[in-house]
Write a new protein. Sequence first.
Length: 412
Amino acid sequence: MMMNFVLILSYLSIGLGEKSDLVVIPNIVRCRRPCEANLVRINTGFSRSLRSLRLTKAVCIVIILCTLLVSCIKQPTEPLQVYSTAGKNGAFILSEGIWGMDNSLLSRYSFDNDSLITNFYEYANPGLRLGDLANDIVIWNQTAYIVVTTARTIEAIDTKTGKSLGHLILDGRRAPRKVAILSDSLAAVTDLYDHSLTLFNPSTLTIIREHIITGPAPEGIQAFGSNFYVVNSGYGDYLQSVPKASTLSVIDAYSGNEHRNIPTGINPIEVLINPVKSRLYVAYYNLPSKLDSLGGIIEYDLLTLTELNRWRCQVRSICLSGTGDSLFFLSRNGVDLIDLQKNESPKTIITNPKLTDIWYSLAYSQNGNSLWVGNSRNHQIDGEILIYNLADPVFPYRSFFVGLNPGRIVFY
């Protein structure tokens, strides 16, 4: 890398104080080792096309500084070439892929040896694929449960080895969406098409009870105490006129009966429980068809479901800090923070420097007190993970590429 830098400086020295015949290297593409790849591309480009364009020395310096800035982001090592177990600490990144393309992908990053396996599931299970449109992943004990919507399956894998432990298939016209686990023997998955919950045993991957009616198009779900908390989106504009659209249902985990049903904001997609503070949060997205299409976040008392606070904002992918004192979410500008102790208005703490990039998911990690952003970029090419240290969140201190549309990040 130093040799390439010296070569670049030597080119800049040509025609000091005058315009120099230098070429702009178009579309310098980041790879998993930008420190090597970017400067090699510059060196190669200069060698091939030195006479192509005439640029001022100042423009060349700007190009080099931008390249060096990108190269300063630390990258994980290349994916392991020899399969190994997951270690004690790491992250799973679930990339949805594109509907109908059968290209969902599970990546695994290990904190223990700073390594990445981009396609962990297929790497651990040769010949198997996750299926089409993987939407959710949760970890219970040493098992990860992955919900694959179009394939109508819930896949279970060992978190250490990645080996498949089996799967549960829902029959009929079904669309499993989100999953919550209450105990070793009881879990529930929402069904977007059937407008229902399915209870199943996560240890045996067998169905306990199906077609427990919720509101239309249930999406996010959380488990707490003896209940499942489900938000019924109404599927955007499509089912907003149907009873119980844009509501929160409280379902008894054992009887399947609905205890409570309360209105939320329009088109609720996410629900999150803060057990430390005994609070429940609902993120509603609102409808693009409305003149006032701004969504928001509602804070409820977990026990009484009394509304305590409401923040109007563009919102996606809510998550809590380790202490439960802060709520993070993706906003129009980047990542916003709500200080739950002070009940202040949201403030932007991380700015998306390239607003054409679509930040798609967010997760808080106690490892390094960091926020992980899943950047889908334009939804059509491989996404990336950007890791920000909350002590200095100006730039990501690490990044790496994953699959298309990284929609969920969980830690083990």
